[in-house]
Design a protein around this ligand. Sequence first.
Ligand code: EPU
Length: 337
Amino acid sequence: MKEIKDYSLLPHNTFGMDVKASLFVEYESVEELRSVLSDKKRMAGGWLHIGGGSNLLFKGDYAGTILHSAVRGYEVVAENEREIEVRAGAGEVWDDFVAYTVRNGWYGAENLSLIPGEVGASAVQNIGAYGVEAKDLIVSVETLEVETGRERLFTREECRYAYRESIFKKELKGKYIVTHVTYRLSRQPVFHLEYGNVRGELEKQGREVTLENVREVIIAVREAKLPDPRVQGNAGSFFMNPIVPRKQFDMLQQQYPDMPHYEVDGSRVKIPAAWMIDRCGWKGKQIGRAGVHSRQALVLVNCGGATGDEVISLAMQIQQSVFQKFGVAISPEVNFI
Ligand code: EPU
């Protein structure tokens, strides 16, 4: 177990905020986590469990304990000729897991290539891209209860997944820590190529539809659109795509016939926040040391030395102008700490 006082969180937040935690604890096993949780005095001073730090915006130093998982490893727990179930440690880097599934010829995770973060967060956030979400793969999520240190397994249904949403972000927020996640992958080809025109991109490059090629094309598309946090601090999509009632969308569509949208169900429609932010003229704009990325309006960037408050103030101005123009409220996907 690693325990460090006055620890710089710079390597643990992709926004590049140079803040400190009073204490940083990295555990390598479920037993180690249990012993940390049982130290009630330490936990009482406030705690935050982080993953890859790709969805966090620190407003200042963190006075409590930052917990980080180094629970690693993959294990095949079930298989037949059609499918395979893999149990992964919460501390594995998500994209390493995707690379591992692709190397083994298992289908399902490839559209989620290069999403920053770790396995544990994939199950809390229900990460998603190009028409696939983590929930499509998750079989079960193993956790420890913070209060008691007891193990509890959640089935996929019990996790109550929705778009970027789960029980761990809502009713049970702060109550359970994910230790392992079991995913189901297919041994037979199943591709999702329509969303975001992955198929078009494969055709343009004259590539066959294979697992490796889909992964490579998705990586290329992400790299072309999203800034590399090692070069420019950012947390990927800063806002979620709002879901609005069909009636409201129909009205908007009359005014903006080219408004892109995705059907959620019969009564609701998802509108890309990026498109609305772009239409409000924010793309490439900078206020103080915080800015809107020039190739993807959904991504806010640290132009160098920005504080959390500068980013939040920019975010609020964006929310206001989107609401004024479209009457749609957009909310952050990023957590403010
Ligand atoms: N668009 C614009 N201007 C922009 C960017 C996009 O008009 O600056 C338009 C595009 O033309 C497109 C629509 O907005 O019609 C949607 O854009 P895109 O396909 O790039 O996806 P997104 O909705 O902006 C979501 C996820 C991403 C994920 C992509 C691909 C959320 C909050 N974001 O973005 O996830 O990679 O789809 O599936 O759902 C993340 O969560 O950090 C993330 C990067």
